[in-house]
Design a protein around this ligand. Sequence first.
Ligand code: BGC
Length: 279
Amino acid sequence: MASIEGTLRQGIPAHLLKGQKALVTGANSGIGLATAVAMGRAGADVVVNYVVGKEEAEKVVEQIRAFGVRAEAYQADVSDEDQVVAMTNRMVEEFGTIDILVANAGMQRDASFTEMTLAQWQKVLDVNLTGQFLCAREATKEFLRRGVVPEVSRAAGKIICMSSVHQLIPWAGHVNYAASKGGVQMMMETLAQELAPKKIRVNAIAPGAIKTPINRSAWETPEAQNDLLRLIPYGRVGEPDDIAAAAVGLASDLMDYVVGATLYVDGGMTLFPGFATGG
Ligand code: BGC
C-alpha cells in the first residue's frame, strides 16, 4: 500500500499555528511524532516530550527545526507529578507560554482479564489517564495566567486529548487500556464544560488502527493486515499523519467553535462494520 506519509503534511498551511507554542507528549514515536512535526509545519514552536528514547526525540526536533520554528526535546514521565510540573514550568520559561497541549503519551500492557496484574492495570491508568490529567492541569494554569492574546489565537488555550476508538468499542484482553480511554472521554468532556467559559477549548481525537509501534502485530504481516481491514470500512490502515492533520485542525482557530468534541479518525471503524452485511 502506498504511504501517504508527507503528503498530508505538505497540505498543511504553513501559517495556521504561527506564533503558537505546542507541547506534544510522547512525541518521539508514532502519532505523537507525526503530530509534533505537523504542528511545526503549521508554524508552531514545539516541545517534543519523551520519556525514553532521547535520540529519536532529538531527530524529531531536527525535523521540526527545518521548518524554521523553534523545537526542543524535554524528558518527563507524564505520570509523575513533579516531572510534569517541571516540564511545563520549563516550557513557560524557555518558550514564553503554552498555547496548545496534545496529551498524547499512551501505552498498552495487554493481558487476558484473570492474567492481568495490578501493575499492568495501574501502569496503563497512570500513563494514559493520570498523565493526561496532570499535563492538562498544568497547561491550564498557564492558559489562565496568560488569557487570550487575540493576535495569536481566539482561545486562551487548546487541549487535545488522544483517546481511541476504544473509548467506545469494548476490547477483550485490553481492559486496562479500554478503561483508561473511557476515562479520557469523560475527563475531556468534564474539562471542556468547566474550562469553556475561560476560553479554553478541550477536545479529543479517537484514532482507529494507525500504523505505529503500539499495534505492529496487527498490521505487519499480510494476514494480520487482512484481518484488520475487515474492521475498517474505508479499506486502509491509518497513518500517523491522518491523526496529525486532525490535531493541527482542531488546535487552529478554524475549529474555534469546536468544544468538547471527540473526532473519530478511524476509517469508519466505529460504524459497526459487521452490520454492513449482518443484523
Ligand atoms: C490501539 C491499537 C489498535 C486500535 C484499533 C488503538 O487505540 O492502541 O492497538 O490497533 O486502537 O483497535
